[in-house]
Design a protein around this ligand. Structure first.
Ligand code: FE2
Length: 639
């Protein structure tokens, strides 16, 4: 395709879908505004509702007023005096007359956003690319739980008598307690009791707002490399405080942070509305970033970050990666991880494998097996619900604060209609890569050009964006061509090429093609020309490994070594080995019954790739994060 912007059949389907949804409110405009479920002007819609300020932004939907909420209802939380940076908060709802399966509690966090014009919430929600049937409130709850999560609720085991007559109880109410995993997201939170399920919610009662003990706490520190020396490390963290803070590291060194943030105005500049700008918005606070210099590669140091005025993080041990051109590197790699709640809540997007993958990687790091991590796209799946970045950063903190956490951009960070992304899908929910780039500053040349290369140990990594133009003669194409041609193979014998969308996957077809033939056509020749050893992609949610493949043909097959491990001999190079490693969290994709001859290993389990590169070989193992068993392994050797 010569056009710089792709418009696949999938995009056309989406476009027609959006068009229909956009028109729907207009088609419905002849009905009375109160009966329409689509609100053109929410301020007008609710002008007679004092609740608009009382409930802040929650009820801009045409929420039904719950008929005569009973006077006994109460919502109490266990942390009335302030919530710590991480806490399991007990929420007790009492005074319920008739428990129902449709009763639920939402954790709401007010934001400073202007959501006075948030019509089309249903359309906006679908713009995340997630078609799940979930609550469609104008300001999305951070998380929610049905009251029936308390097994005593529906049977009213926790009773209270509210009225007696002649010493006999004539009015009994019921209660339930739910546990919410809460992390410091800086803004006040409240718990709101709804009836009517997610489809027709109405508000019965809310708790008094609760604040975090210290909204300015420096949190979620994570490391990345900014060059191939192994002698400097970037640290990025989040705080509610906009004044510069510090990292203190090594023997008495310190560096001040540069402080940045982003606003709703920085979200996708598209003619279409989007959740990131609207009901999915949550104030990110301030993102602090600084560089620790004067370090030795492959060495262990400790650091803490913060300031005397806001508080300090714990003292954290971290390891610098090996310098590029040295003999050895051990890294973990995966795509599509996301996050999952640590309680029984629903959230707008949940990646069920993420918790087991993180747990296994924490153990890998504790065992000293990891020099660095590569997360190759589809990072948090916040997709326009900004508070979920905080939950993701909290999740990865135990690993990302200890070793270099390098990233590539995926469709769920970047893509949006009319925003310059190569694929015109709604998958970023209106983020357009801005939160991603702010939280994960990589050694890229410029904003919204998220491609880079880095060398660690015996490996040169060429990291591309499959979401930006890679057609021949595009800026990125020219860059990757030059980058790979410039690799000194006597310094880094191995060349690994990585990005998000795959070139080879048995899941290539369907309504949403996982493999873009034009991407393969444009970029695959560069891999062969530059003798790329290993290609790692995500996007498809399983693990799959190829033969030495080019243009859908096996140019060579691996041979079993003495231990029965598939071994590719790159002393006699024929073509790259490609692997899909998108199995780190998102619900797994199954494989079709039939596979092409280039597909040698197919595993649909959660896990990650564990890679050990010396000068003589790269050994790759696919680790099942639940069993910790190695389910596939292979070697690429060079004498
Ligand atoms: Fe993806």
């Amino acid at each position: 395709m010569s056009s710089l912007t792709k418009f696949s059949s999938f995009s056309l389907v989406w476009f027609l879908h959006f068009f229909f949804l956009l028109m729907l409110p207009l088609l419905c405009s002849s009905s009375s505004s109160s009966s329409s479920s689509y609100i053109i002007n929410s301020t007008e819609e609710f002008r007679h509702y004092t609740a608009i300020s009382e409930f802040r932004v929650l009820n801009r939907r045409s929420l039904l007023e719950c008929p005569e909420p009973n006077p006994f209802l109460q919502v109490n939380i266990s942390s009335s005096s302030g919530i710590s940076d991480e806490e399991y908060v007990n929420v007790t709802v009492s005074g319920v007359l008739i428990p129902s399966t449709s009763d639920w509690v939402a954790m709401i966090s007010p934001s400073h956003s202007d959501v006075s014009s948030c019509p089309f919430y249903s359309l906006l929600y679908k713009m995340t690319g997630d078609l799940s049937d979930l609550p469609l409130l104008c300001h999305y709850p951070v998380k929610a739980q049905f009251m029936s999560n308390d097994p005593d609720y529906l049977s009213c085991k926790k009773k209270e008598c509210k009225k007696y007559r002649n010493d006999t109880c004539i009015l009994t109410t019921c209660s339930a307690s739910l546990t919410f995993h809460v992390i410091n997201i800086r803004t006040d939170i409240e718990f709101v009791f709804f009836s009517g399920g997610f489809e027709t919610p109405c508000i019965l009662k809310r708790s008094t707002p609760a604040t975090f003990t210290n909204p300015r706490t420096p949190l979620y520190g994570h490391l990345s490399s900014l060059d191939s020396t192994g002698a400097s490390m970037r640290l990025t963290w989040v705080s509610g405080d906009k004044e510069p803070q510090q990292v203190q590291y090594g023997d008495g060194k310190s560096q001040a942070s540069e402080v940045t943030t982003f606003t709703q105005d920085h979200m996708c500049n598209s003619s279409l509305p989007n959740p990131a700008k609207d009901f999915g918005w949550h104030d990110p606070g301030y993102i602090h970033s600084t560089v620790m210099t004067g370090l030795k590669p492959s060495s262990t140091y400790s650091y803490r970050y913060g300031s005397d005025s806001v508080s300090w993080s714990d003292q954290i041990q971290f390891k610098t990666p090996p310098a590029g051109g040295t003999d050895e590197l051990k890294f973990l790699a995966f795509g599509d991880m996301g996050k999952a709640p640590r309680d029984l809540s629903v959230e707008h997007y949940i990646q069920p494998g993420s918790l087991s993958v993180i747990k296994a990687m924490i153990d890998e790091i504790a065992a000293g097996n990891v020099d660095s991590i590569f997360h190759i796209g589809d990072i948090s799946y916040a997709t326009g619900f900004l508070v979920e970045w905080d939950f993701f950063l909290h999740l990865i903190s135990p690993v990302a604060s200890r070793v270099s956490y390098m990233t590539a951009i995926g469709n769920h960070e970047r893509d949006f209609v009319g925003s310059g992304s190569l694929y015109i899908t709604p998958d970023s929910g209106g983020e357009c890569g801005v939160p991603y780039e702010t939280y994960f500053p990589m050694p890229t040349a410029a904003k919204d050009k998220p491609w880079y290369s880095i060398e660690q140990g015996s490996v040169h990594f060429t990291v591309i964006s499959t979401e930006h133009n890679w057609f021949e003669n595009s800026e990125q194409y020219d860059w990757m061509k030059k980058d790979m041609a410039s690799v000194d193979r006597s310094r880094t014998p191995w060349l690994i090429f990585t990005g998000h969308r795959p070139m080879y996957s048995s899941q290539s077809g369907g309504l949403i093609p996982s493999v873009d033939d034009e991407f393969v056509k444009a970029v695959e020749p560069l891999l062969l020309d530059n003798k790329v050893d290993l290609v790692l992609f995500g996007h498809v949610h399983n693990y799959e490994r190829t033969c030495s493949v080019y243009q859908n043909e096996c140019k060579a097959m691996p041979k079993k070594d003495g231990n029965g491990i598939d071994t590719y001999d790159h002393s006699n190079y024929s073509a790259p080995v490609q692997a899909v490693i998108g199995m780190a969290g998102f619900t797994l994709d199954k494989f079709p019954n039939n596979a092409d001859s280039w597909s040698l290993s197919r595993i649909s389990e959660f896990g990650y790739a564990r890679v050990h590169a010396t000068r003589e070989e790269i050994r790759v193992e696919f680790v099942n994060s639940n069993t910790r068993k190695v389910e596939d392994s292979f070697r690429i050797t060079k004498s």
